[in-house]
Design a protein around this ligand. Structure first.
Ligand code: BDR
Ligand code: CA
Length: 317
């Protein structure tokens, strides 16, 4: 079976991605590391535990990581995911933070990769602070990974956080830069525009949430806030490519779960703009080769949408 380690800023689509992994038949989820992003890292830990509780999987270890980006101030995405990151639909029986591991996220990441050399796929669906700190602590970490799957960056300079910047990269541009330049393992990118062009229909979404299970009811509750936001005029321009359900983080996860999920990708050197007034945090694709980078990431272009629908459905079964 496939061994996965997931780094999240548990907003609603991170929750969906985690549930995808928990439902996948051939996957062993070794742990979930938490980082600031959609909300505070404390909320991210709480949200992650709530997702695990909803899936009866509280035995999976949760680790707390960076509270702030490498440089600058934290941003969040409360306007979209809800202030608590999970739709502001609190749960009176939510597990307490005492269930979070004593070991920190960065050491856990390094330890787990070293205990399973060549076997772990690292899925990052959040600002890349933990991954950047981990590679500085242990530069050999990337060589221990089977692969790295990131939701983040953008390919058409269409931002969702700044004019040109996607949230995960813009929330910690230095970390994104470090990761894209120092993780020389097979790297797969589910970028913002790609996820927007690969939306699921609202009809699918209705059928998805209408499943008669506790998991579907949990999802319907936490999803209400961002679902309404997605349908509102405010997000119409941002969510390029027409209306529908965009579960950004789930594409990176699905790619890690099943090798045949990606049907078309473009292998290119990539980096991140760090200094522009309007472009800080924007991903740059070096199609000509100016950067003389040896390592090229796979930018996901097309995926098996039937397989995606099946995985999403199974996640709430
Ligand atoms: C990314 O930003 C977050 O709000 C989502 O969870 C996703 O990881 C999309 O830009
Ligand atoms: Ca996320």
């Amino acid at each position: 079976s496939k061994k996965l380690l997931v780094d999240v800023d548990c907003g609603v689509d991170d929750a969906q991605a985690i549930m995808l992994a928990l439902a996948a038949p051939n996957v062993k989820l070794l742990g979930i590391t938490c980082v600031h992003g959609n909300t505070t890292v404390e909320n991210v830990c709480k949200n992650t535990l709530r997702v695990l509780q909803a899936c009866n999987k509280l035995e999976i270890p949760v680790f707390k990581g960076a509270a702030k980006p490498v440089l600058g101030i934290s941003i969040n995405a409360g306007h979209f995911h809800g202030l608590d990151g999970l739709g502001d639909a609190p749960d009176p029986n939510a597990p307490g933070l005492d269930l979070v591991q004593k070991e920190g996220a960065v050491s856990a990441m390094i330890r787990i990769a070293n205990e399973n050399p060549g076997q772990v796929s690292l899925v990052a669906t959040a600002p890349l602070t933990n991954l950047a700190l981990a590679v500085k602590m242990d530069p050999s970490l990337p060589s221990k990974l089977r692969g790295l799957y990131i939701m983040g960056g953008n390919t058409e300079s269409r931002g969702n956080t700044t004019v040109c910047g996607e949230f995960n990269f813009t929330a910690d541009p230095e970390a994104a830069y470090i990761v894209l330049n120092e993780y020389r393992c097979p790297t797969y990118l589910a970028c913002w525009e790609f996820t927007c062009y690969s939306k699921l229909s609202w009809e699918f979404c209705d059928a998805w949430l209408a499943q008669d299970t506790d998991k579907a009811r949990f999802m319907a509750r936490i999803f209400r806030h961002s679902m309404e936001a997605s349908k509102s005029e405010r997000f119409e321009k941002e969510l390029v490519g027409g209306s529908g359900l965009v579960s950004c983080d789930s594409y990176a996860m699905a790619a890690a779960i099943d090798d045949s999920f990606i049907t078309e990708s473009d292998q290119q050197p990539v980096s991140v703009e760090l200094t522009g007034t309007h472009t800080r945090g924007m991903m740059v694709v070096d199609t000509v080769g100016f950067l003389k980078k040896a390592h090229k990431a796979f930018i996901i272009k097309k995926v098996d949408m039937k397989m995606f629908e099946q995985m999403m459905m199974a996640a709430l079964k």
